[in-house]
Design a protein around this ligand. Structure first.
Ligand code: GLA
Length: 394
């Protein structure tokens, strides 16, 4: 999905981060820490309803090359912006003081300090292959790479299973985006060859084998390239509407409504829009459980219809898809995909399609052709494999 111009600059993302570090700071990094983007196999807008999600990490990664620097000063260079931003103790004393991309870095420092950790100053150089604004969690990848670097550099006592909440606080409180716990959990806790079955209420996880190659399958990720249409405001509105519905139903979160009780719950809500939102969340939780059951039984091919049903629910009930996304899903299915759905928060972003490995190109071509017919800007595409979560590179 990312094209690197041919030339002398390193193409590997870890090498680019290290080269950027040497150039900016005239020294060697103490190490390099990588965190992936993620795709969500199924379970959308369920995380902030205390429900279930099933994401997997991508091989596209963000890398932070880093070294300590004296005092309470953090300096960050980003390949993407070409800028270097420096901030100190004042800027991380309260949320919101650093703006733009560097807010995600400052947010991590703030969240660590807020949790009582002593964070030493650092120099960081960031490079990334995770496309921005495509719904593949580039922001969680940035947070997790920086967090891994600061935890290791400072020898901080912060076990992996507690890192997602801290990174989420950076995003929720420092940056001010009201997202759930899925993305940070995925990019930190995912394992190669597995999808992460996460219970967002207690953050317990199960690594679910997701061996696409053994099943002769591939996951094709299509970047819709749809312009973001009020995604932030719409996300917050969906979240509010779910929380209101839970209050009306007298449950602490929509996770507590079972599919078997759905009709009764819907009958107690008078607003038709709220009823649609609730129906999405409750049925989506069940689809995650059904998908997990099939994967545990090794029946990977059979999850396709659940993916497609998830898409229909996001389109018709949660109303978070856009024409480009629906076009990509319909074209993928017509070209033989076993299932297809939008992945991520919605209003643009990516579609994932489960395909026979030898059909991946044909499905991608069909989506491109459907886009051309509708006059949409050409989509991007890449096949992905479940990859490891955040890690220090050797
Ligand atoms: C975004 C948020 C996640 C989650 C998804 C929708 O990716 O960051 O917390 O809510 O949307 O499933």
């Amino acid at each position: 999905m990312t094209d690197h111009p041919a030339g002398t600059a390193p193409t590997d993302v870890a090498d680019r981060a290290a080269a950027g570090f040497r150039r900016e700071y005239a020294g060697e990094p103490a190490g390099r820490w990588a965190a992936p983007g993620r795709a969500n196999l199924i379970g959308e807008h369920t995380d902030y309803n205390d429900g279930f999600v099933l994401p997997f990490a991508l091989s596209l990664r963000t890398v932070a090359a880093a070294a300590p620097q004296p005092g309470q000063t953090w300096t960050v260079w980003s390949e993407l912006s070409g800028e270097t931003v420096t901030f100190g103790a004042d800027e991380v004393a309260a949320p919101g003081r650093v703006k733009g991309w560097a807010a995600y870095v400052a947010g991590v420092v703030w969240a660590l300090r807020d949790a009582g950790h002593t964070v030493g100053g650092a120099r960081l150089a960031i490079a990334s292959d995770v496309p921005l604004g495509s719904g593949l969690s580039s922001s969680a990848a940035l947070e997790a790479a920086v967090l891994a670097a600061l935890v290791d550099l400072g020898g901080l006592d912060l076990p992996t299973d507690r890192q997602p909440r801290l990174a989420q606080r950076a995003e929720n409180v420092y940056v001010g985006a009201p997202t759930g716990i899925m993305d940070q959990s995925a990019v930190i806790r995912c394992r190669e060859g597995h999808a992460l079955f996460l219970d967002c209420r207690d953050e317990s996880v199960e690594q679910i084998p997701f061996d696409l190659a053994a099943a002769g399958l591939a996951v094709l990720v299509v970047d819709s390239r749809a312009p973001h249409r009020h995604a932030d405001g719409e996300y917050a509105a969906r979240r509010r509407s779910c929380e209101r519905a839970a209050a009306q139903l007298g449950v602490s979160a929509l996770r507590d409504v079972q599919v078997a009780d759905l009709d009764g719950a819907l009958a107690r809500l008078d607003d038709p829009e709220t009823r649609r939102r609730v129906r999405h969340v409750v049925t989506e939780d069940q689809r995650v459980l059904d998908t997990v059951a099939l994967l545990r039984a090794g029946r990977v091919r059979e999850i396709g219809p659940l993916l497609t049903a998830s898409h229909a629910s996001m389109r018709d009930d949660f109303e978070i898809t856009v024409p480009e996304i629906d076009t990509a899903v319909d074209a993928a299915l017509a070209a033989g995909a076993l299932g297809a759905r939008m992945t991520g928060g919605g209003f643009g972003g990516c579609v994932l399609a489960l395909v026979d490995a030898d059909r991946a190109d044909a499905v991608a071509d069909a989506v491109t052709a459907a886009y051309a017919e509708r006059g949409f800007a050409a989509p991007g595409h890449v096949t992905v494999l479940p990859s490891p979560g955040a890690t220090r590179l050797p």
